[in-house]
Write a protein that binds this ligand. Structure first.
Ligand SMILES: *Cc1c(COP(=O)(O)O)cnc(C)c1O
Length: 383
């Protein structure tokens, strides 16, 4: 079945369910918050969220408020945490929609408390500790001020501090000394908050690598992102039994014979060595195929791997298949689980010197998502 767009990201919802179950089994009783920010790492916010919930996640995590609103608008009623707070956002709407909010500074607690007053019900907040990443959250020096702000707002009936959280900087590097230091800092900061009178429902710190490889970091809840989508957070430690959920596909647009010495694509960075068959693949950097992958990345076409020939363009790239048979309309697999010979997102990431997160997340919004597996609504685009 061909849609109206010549490329598609096929998302296997069963794989997301499998990965979530695996993460829950390894969480040793801790709950699972599936991180579904950035359109579920490119997999489609709502459908991926539903698949993760079906697999046993009890929370969803996003970065930005609008992502939580989109979940609620789609009828997703599960607990949702917004991890990244910015001044001046419509927190009253968040409170009305029962969305949890992370707060890493007293001014944000106060802003949320004012919004809760307008909304007429208490806000649910998670205090965010900077235990060593030096990004969001209150540093150990400022932590008592944040805890005091939360206790004050709680005493006024405007917030309920349901969570204490932090985030690892280097959990994907096995044995990195900062990991133990962050764990120690978190334990101390949690201890301080509890002594001051905070009674959190959930304390949480673990991203995918920690959820899979660091049992002592699980606390009450783990927050896996990349592992939910089946990509390993620690490539050198293997795949952990995860199943990649996304396959990127395109239908060959045009096939032609060209003579030896033909310069291919912008800049003529590739020349044919002999008379050969070229195929135009209709996916380019406008769809999320990295331009740095020119003459570098491999795709699977006409029975084997082929390197992209010449520059990746906005809407297309070219492959050289030699004398092999390929026809316009034939399916080209750009990346996927790897079980039919295609490269994985991890292989693309390795070739490009980046992480698999970036490969799947950058697949453009104009590429339709096609859902397969249990819970898929007939292969429709879920946008
Ligand atoms: C993205 C994110 C995660 C998940 O990270 P992964 O490495 O993808 O598992 C966890 N917690 C927070 C706060 C995040 O922003």
């Amino acid at each position: 079945m061909r849609g109206t767009f010549p490329a598609r990201a096929r998302v296997d919802l069963d794989a997301i369910g499998h990965n979530t179950r695996l993460l829950r089994d390894r969480a040793g009783g801790a709950e699972v918050m599936a991180m579904v920010k950035a359109d579920a790492y490119g997999h489609g916010l709502v459908d991926a969220s539903r698949a993760a919930l079906a697999g046993g996640a009890t929370w969803l995590g996003v970065a930005k408020l609008d992502e939580a609103f989109r979940l609620r608008a789609a009828g997703v009623g599960a607990r949702v945490l917004v991890c990244l707070g910015v001044p001046g956002e419509p927190y009253d709407k968040a409170v009305a929609l029962d969305v949890d909010l992370a707060a890493g500074a007293p001014w944000l607690v106060e802003e949320i408390a004012e919004a809760a007053e307008r909304a007429g019900r208490p806000a649910r907040i998670h205090l965010k500790a900077d235990t060593g990443m030096s990004r969001g959250g209150a540093s150990p020096r400022d932590w008592p001020l944040l805890v005091d702000a939360a206790l004050k707002a709680e005493a006024a009936g405007l917030v309920r501090t349901v969570g204490l959280m932090s985030h690892f900087a280097c959990a994907d590097e096995l044995g990195h000394p900062s990991v133990a230091a962050q764990l120690r800092a978190f334990t101390e900061m949690v201890g301080h908050a509890e002594q001051a009178g905070v009674r959190p429902e959930v304390r949480h710190l673990a991203n995918s690598p920690a959820a899979l490889a660091l049992p002592e970091a699980r606390f009450d809840l783990v927050r896996p992102g990349i592992a939910t989508y089946g990509l390993t957070p620690i490539p050198e430690a293997g795949t952990f039994g995860l199943r990649p959920a996304m396959t990127l596909l395109a239908d060959a647009a045009l096939v032609k014979r060209v003579p030896a010495g033909s310069g291919v694509s912008y800049g003529h960075t590739y020349f044919t060595e002999r008379e050969t068959t070229l195929a135009v693949v209709p996916a380019g950097y406008g769809d999320g195929v990295p331009r740095h992958g020119s003459n570098l990345l491999e795709v699977f076409a006409a029975g084997r791997r082929r390197r992209i020939a010449g520059r990746v363009c906005m809407d297309q790239f070219v492959i050289d298949v030699g004398d092999d048979r390929i026809a316009a309309g034939d399916e080209v697999v750009l990346f996927g689980p790897g079980d039919r010979g295609e490269p994985t997102a991890q292989e693309w990431a390795d070739a490009l010197g980046t992480i698999s997160y970036e490969i799947v997340t950058r697949i453009g919004s104009r590429v339709p998502r096609e859902y397969v597996g249990h819970g898929a609504s007939g292969g429709a685009d879920g946008q």
